[in-house]
Each structure stands twice: as structure tokens, then as C-alpha cells.
Design a protein around this ligand. Structure first.
Ligand code: NCD
Length: 336
């Protein structure tokens, strides 16, 4: 693999600020916790590495042979957990799947206890999904130098590998980011995916980034993240190149954010008729799971503009790239 072209970062004590903890002193990916704080060169390197895997005739690589990866999922997941597992296997790592239903009251203690036990089993990398924002950072702050942590979604904070597989999918269809107009539609308030996507799209230099949602589903101050806010779907999707639909994250809603799903679909649901307002070659994306008839019609989900299943496939190559880049040698240096 070619070298990361980024500048070396100053060595600083580990803090919760993602930019410091995620890169090693050579500027190489050390943990993958958030898109925020990562330079464009590292994001591009993830995309290029993923592309080298998809372009290869080989199905299996020996890059992580002898390394052990533990999937720690404190929240349910199908596609993310499965594609992380497939990615690890295609890199010849040994994989351990641990599904935990966490009790929120004993979280800190349970996490640390569990970590120490797993470390005693010589795990080299943790892939962590957790309902609390900051959980992956917390773990990364407590592992020894040869262990890395990949965030597979923490609360409503970030989901960096999802955002990178989305960037990869966009790049496959529309590689010139500065010329693109992208719209993210739906429950931005509770979406870790949207937060990661906004950071990734801005870092990769997308031309125009719009967010479209009712006021109740928009985080306060979102306009400070470099997006244009629209409350009307028809207006917001006019002439866009890429539409990213988000699921209504009911499990994170405490209270009534929308009058009803029926009403939501009427105002914010994607239909073929509405899609005609966007560019003729628009692509429609969704991180899954889709709620058909709530955020989009089946005709759109299964239609010719949809790249939703390509996103799932691309998850494997992008997760392979993140794993290969973050893996450490026993002395803590980069294994890639
Ligand atoms: C997303 C998640 O878990 O944040 N899904 C996923 O990883 N495929 C989005 C969602 O649950 O709506």
C-alpha cells in the first residue's frame, strides 16, 4: 500500500478530541473514531485503499494474518456487524463476535472490566458499537499502544465507516466532489450517520451541502456545520446530484417529534414524482434499515436511481481499508 500523504501530527497527550487520538505521530490512522478532525489525505487514503481491494482479482488477502479482531456490539446491528466480520475475514484476521446487551447503569465499569479480560486474550483491534456517544473514544483512551479501536456507531455522535462507504459509493458514480450538490433528508437530530457524512462531505470539498428536515428533527446550530438548511423537500432537492435519506430513529426519540408517520411521508417521503425535481442522473442513498412508506416509496428504494445495495457491498471494502490502516504491530507502530 502507498504511504499516507498527510503531514505528521504533533505528539500530544491523549484527549477526547478526535484529531489528536486518531492519528499516530506519523499522521497515520491509529484509531477510527470519528470523521471530525481527520485530514482530507487520510479520508482519501481510506477511499483509495478500499478501491484497491475492489479492483483486485483476489478475494482474500493475508494482510491481517495472525491478528485478532473483536466485534463488540452493545446495540443490535445486522449489516454493519456482518460487513465488519466479512472484512476482517477477507484480510485473514481471526474474528470474535461478542453481542452484549448492556445495562446502562453499569456501563463504565462493565466496559473496562470487559476490556481488560479481552486484552488478556490478546485482542489487537476492537470494533465497537454502543448506544452512548463517546463510548469508542472512552475505550480508545484505555487500550494499550498496540490495540486499536474502530467506531461502528456511538449514540447519535458518529458512524465513520458508514460515512466513508457512502463517500466511496458517491465517488464511484460522481467522482468530482467540488461540482456536486448533495442533500441529506430526514432525522438529522438523532443521526450519527448524518453527522459523519457532513464532516466527510465538507472535508472532501463537496460543492454544496443541503440538509432537509422539519425543524423538530434538526439539531440546534446545524447551519454552523457548513450546510444550507431547507424545510421543504421539493425546494431542497431541486437540481441535486445526490440524495441521502435517513431513517426516523424512533429508538432515540423521547417525545413526539413528528405528528405521524403518514404525515411525515406526505411532507418528507421520497417518491418517484419528487425525484424528478433533482438532476436526471441523481443517485438515492440510505444507510439502512429502510422504512418503506415512511421515508421512501418502494418504487424509489428499488428503482434505477437507488444505490442502496451498492452501499452495503461497499461496506466490506471500506471496512477492510479502515482495519488494514489502523492495525498496529506489537510495538505500537502501524502494521500497514
Ligand atoms: C445506521 C446506524 O445504525 O446508525 N445504520 C447502519 O449502520 N447501517 C442508521 C440507522 O440505523 O438508521
Amino acid at each position: 500500500m502507498s504511504k499516507v500523504e498527510t503531514q505528521a501530527q504533533p505528539t500530544q497527550p491523549v484527549t477526547l478530541r478526535p484529531g489528536n487520538i486518531q492519528l499516530d505521530p506519523q499522521g497515520k490512522l491509529r484509531h477510527f473514531l470519528a470523521i471530525e478532525g481527520l485530514p482530507k489525505a487520510v479520508l482519501t487514503k481510506i477511499l483509495d485503499t478500499a478501491e484497491s481491494f475492489t479492483n483486485s482479482e483476489e478475494k482474500k488477502f493475508e494482510l491481517l494474518k495472525g491478528h485478532t479482531i473483536a466485534n463488540l456490539f452493545f446495540e443490535p446491528s445486522t449489516r454493519t456487524r456482518t460487513t465488519f466480520e466479512l472484512a476482517a475475514k477477507r484480510l485473514s484476521a481471526d474474528v470474535l463476535n461478542i453481542n452484549i446487551s448492556a445495562s446502562s447503569s453499569s456501563k463504565g465499569e462493565t466496559l473496562l472490566d470487559m476490556l481488560r479480560n479481552l486484552e488478556a486474550m490478546h485482542i489487537d483491534m476492537f470494533v465497537v458499537r454502543h448506544g452512548s456517544s463517546g463510548a469508542a473514544h472512552f475505550i480508545a483512551n484505555h487500550v494499550p499502544p498496540h490495540v486499536s479501536v474502530l467506531n461502528a456507531g456511538d449514540g447519535s455522535h458518529e458512524h465513520p465507516t458508514q460515512a466513508m462507504l457512502d463517500m466511496f459509493t458517491i465517488r464511484q458514480h460522481k467522482p468530482d466532489f467540488p461540482s456536486l450538490r448533495v442533500a441529506i433528508v430526514g432525522d438529522l437530530m438523532h443521526s450519527r450517520v448524518a453527522r459523519s457524512q457532513i464532516h466527510a462531505l465538507n472535508t472532501l470539498g463537496v460543492g454544496e451541502l443541503r440538509v432537509i428536515a422539519p425543524q423538530t428533527l434538526l439539531p440546534v446550530g446545524i447551519e454552523k456545520m457548513g450546510v444550507q438548511v431547507y424545510q421543504h423537500l421539493d425546494e431542497g432537492i431541486k437540481d441535486v446530484d445526490v440524495i441521502i435519506m435517513l431513517r426516523l430513529q424512533r429508538e432515540r426519540m423521547h417525545g413526539a417529534f413528528i405528528p405521524s408517520e403518514h404525515e411525515y411521508f406526505k411532507l418528507y417521503g421520497m417518491t418517484e414524482k419528487r425525484l424528478a425535481l433533482a438532476k436526471p442522473d441523481v443517485i438515492v442513498m440510505h444507510p439502512g434499515p429502510i422504512n418503506r412508506g415512511v421515508e421512501m416509496d418502494s418504487a424509489v428504494a428499488d428503482g434505477s436511481h437507488s444505490v442502496i445495495l451498492q452501499q452495503v457491498s461497499n461496506g466490506i471494502a471500506v471496512r477492510m481499508a479502515a482495519m488494514a490502516m489502523a492495525m498496529r504491530n506489537p510495538d505500537g507502530s502501524s502494521a500497514s
